[in-house]
Write a protein that binds this ligand. Structure first.
Ligand SMILES: [Zn+2]
Length: 711
């Protein structure tokens, strides 16, 4: 999840009130005159204008309220009710709708306990403390699940404590360099900078007996600003729940990698869940509960950069404090429910445009994910209005409401695995998860769709002024997080679209099946992620009081799907793809050199990337001038992304087959580019690196051959 740019947020807050009643679309603002992929855009521009007029801030706000009325953890009766609500809305819009169940292995907490003692045996703390602030409306509901980690092992362990900062590989390596042995220890580390499962993964590799993961106020608490309910940041007792599944091995049901967990799947088809599950206890805690442990911790003072914002000097340990952890987890195969709504295409019914969002939440999930669901429902209603007027898309549109994303992308992964054959022809997977935590639009995509996302946002009005793209460009230019220099941003290219790593439901589509994917969101200060406080009251006070950004996201999300569904020529930009791959190869070469792997031969991969670029140039010209029977060209364009899959998958994680993008084994959320090559270089393994350079060159050659066959 992305954190925010406070300055831009304040600026926009001041402007919003003037637009509080803004909901109707100025007629002229929908009208892009051209769009890549359309030989003539005027008819489509009219359809888009009709669509853009439908999503309503008011209706989206009502849907958000309904979706967040109860805690709706995956596989609970409340979750089932949200599935039925979404299905009803899909049907009302005219989508052929089904609720698709899967039976998947997931844990629920029975008992979670943390106690800390000083060397004399005196109790320093006993928790977890219940999440509580003055005046939050939902916190006392008995259905609020106690904070726990999805995929945590059960266990009862006692040990000395070692502080590992963010639990990054470099943090653990720093401890090793200081000869701090982690065998039998309890590692305490703070949230941030990587996926929480990675923290547990490395701790397990280093022999730790258990892990406490806490939210430091420096990262999303009072150091950033006022905590909830004064402001948007994390209060003392707020806990970030979350999955510690080793999703960089494979996501989804741990017992069925590559296979769908349908209700009739026999037990004999399931495998040991060991492949993506931790074997040690991990428990998420608040800084209220972490503070007494960290304050008592002895040993040397922390290295530079490890000090958090609690009001005392941090120490690395061990010494001064012993912790007792109890984690009793009930592992069962539980039923989850995806909701799938389809509109059949007229010209290319087998070419699916898939657009999805998860529905399950750790608790109320107003931002994560209900803002995404509310936006999707308004996008679907917009499509429904077009259908009602007789419009039909050229390609089949499939809207998906995923379940059990929080436990490890389970609903999306199982559905993608079940529909793998059909998805070989899917032309887009468009994801939205956290649709709105504030006003700052952001996007990630495969390079072939980066310009497509920019174009779509140029056609959607911002609640502030101008288009979503204009606002996006402005905060990119004025924000500090993405720009090292003060140079003004002048051209469209300069608006940054990120790379897809993992942490949301695009992963099975892109990285397992090779479906070109995008992920969008609108960000702001958001300190209640995965806590009970991510509720409707927090949302309306902090993120989007008038639901104007829900409306905006409904429009962007829906327009992406519409524009792709009706395109004459698939608007993939392989020029950008080829250029980025060439840069990845060159950066890997520099890294190999710096790491002393000078013998590695990059020339074949470089030559393959050059040929890919030449083929991309030719195809780009064809796309721009296309007419007549375009089916062959479109098939070719789609096949090119699939050519980038390696049949054997990545070393040690065959489920991940994309040769250009994967979640990093040691980052989890962040993408590792040309992962086979880069991770082998990181591991100082020239043999595997050379072999993976060969795999990459072959993939690029396949893609080049496909592009060259375009007519
Ligand atoms: Zn989410």
């Amino acid at each position: 999840m992305k954190w925010c740019r406070t300055l831009a947020f304040l600026l926009v807050l001041g402007l919003i009130s003037a637009y509080a009643d803004w909901g109707r679309l100025p007629a002229q603002s929908a009208a892009a005159q051209t769009a890549f992929g359309y030989s003539s855009f005027s008819a489509q521009a009219q359809i888009e204008a009709k669509f853009l007029a439908v999503p309503s801030a008011k209706v989206a706000g009502q849907d958000l309220k309904t979706l967040t009325a109860e805690p709706h953890l995956a596989a609970t009766p409340e979750d089932k009710r949200t599935a039925e609500f979404v299905a009803e809305k899909f049907r009302a819009a005219g989508l052929a709708t089904e609720i698709v169940p899967y039976r998947v292995l997931m844990n629920r907490p029975v008992e979670v306990k943390v106690e800390a003692f000083d060397p004399a045996g005196k109790l320093l703390m006993s928790g977890p403390t219940r999440e509580h602030v003055e005046g939050d409306p939902g916190q006392d509901d008995p259905r609020v699940v106690m904070p726990f980690n999805g995929s945590s092992a059960s266990g009862d362990v006692t040990g000395e404590v070692v502080y590992a900062n963010y639990g990054r590989l470099e943090d653990f390596n720093e401890l090793a360099a200081r000869h701090i042995d982690l065998h039998g220890k309890i590692v305490i580390c703070r949230y941030g900078n990587n996926f929480r499962g990675v923290k547990v993964y490395i701790a397990e590799q280093r022999g730790a007996a258990g892990v406490l993961i806490y939210s430091d106020p420096q990262d999303d608490g009072y150091y950033k600003g006022d905590p909830w309910p004064m402001g948007p940041w994390r209060p003392a007792t707020g806990v970030q729940r979350g999955s510690v599944q080793y999703l960089f091995k494979y996501p989804g049901d741990p017992e069925t990698p590559g296979v769908a967990s349908t209700l009739d799947l026999p037990d004999s088809a399931r495998v040991s869940p060991d492949g993506n599950q931790p074997h040690i206890v991990s428990i998420p805690i608040s800084y209220h509960d972490a503070a007494p442990i960290l304050e008592a911790l002895g040993g040397p003072s922390v290295p530079q950069g490890w000090q958090g914002a609690l009001p005392f000097r941090y120490h690395v340990g061990p010494g001064g404090v012993t912790v007792h952890l109890v984690s009793k987890q009930d592992y069962q195969r539980r039923i989850i429910w995806d909701v799938i709504g389809t509109v059949k295409g007229t010209e290319y019914p087998d070419d699916w445009v898939v657009a999805g969002n998860h529905r399950d939440a750790w608790v109320y999930g107003a931002v994560d994910p209900s803002s995404g669901t509310a936006a999707m429902l308004e996008a679907v209603r917009g499509v429904g209005v077009l259908l009602h007027e007789g419009w039909r898309p050229k390609r089949t549109m499939v809207f998906c409401s995923w379940d059990a994303e929080e436990e490890g992308l389970i609903g999306s992964t199982e559905w993608a695995e079940q529909n793998a054959a059909a998805l070989e022809k899917a032309v887009l997977y468009s994801n939205v998860d956290v649709a709105v935590s504030g006003p700052d639009f952001s996007a990630s995509a495969v390079p072939s769709l980066k310009q497509f996302v920019r174009e779509v946002t140029q056609s959607v009005p911002s609640p502030v002024t101008g288009s979503v793209f204009d606002q996006w460009r402005m905060h990119e230019a004025t924000g500090t997080e993405h720009h090292e220099s003060d140079a003004p941003v002048t051209d469209a290219e300069a608006v940054r679209v990120g790379d897809l790593g993992s942490g949301s439901d695009y992963t099975p589509f892109l990285q397992h099946l090779g479906v070109p994917s995008t992920d969008i969101g609108s960000d702001g200060p958001y300190g209640v992620y995965h806590s009970t406080f991510d509720d409707y009251a927090w949302y309306t006070q902090n993120a989007d009081p008038h639901f104007l950004y829900l409306q905006e996201m409904a429009r962007v999300f829906g327009l992406e799907a519409l524009r792709m569904a009706d395109a004459d020529v698939l608007p993939y930009d392989y020029l950008t793809y080829a250029r980025e791959i060439a840069e990845y190869i060159s950066a890997a070469q520099t890294k190999a050199h710096n790491d002393g792997l000078d013998g590695l031969d990059f020339s074949a991969a470089e030559a393959a990337a050059r040929r890919f670029l030449e083929a991309a140039e030719k195809v780009h010209a064809l796309q721009a001038a296309a007419s007549g029977d375009l089916a062959q060209l479109n098939t070719t364009l789609r096949q090119t992304e699939a050519d980038l899959l390696s049949p054997a998958g990545l070393p040690n994680r065959p489920w991940y087959r994309h040769t250009i993008y994967a979640p990093g084994e040691y980052t989890g959320y962040a993408a590792v580019v040309i992962p086979g090559v880069n991770e082998a270089i990181d591991a100082r393994n020239p043999t595997v690196a050379a072999q993976q350079l060969g795999v990459l060159a072959q993939a690029l050659d396949r893609a080049t051959q496909t592009l060259d066959s375009a007519r």
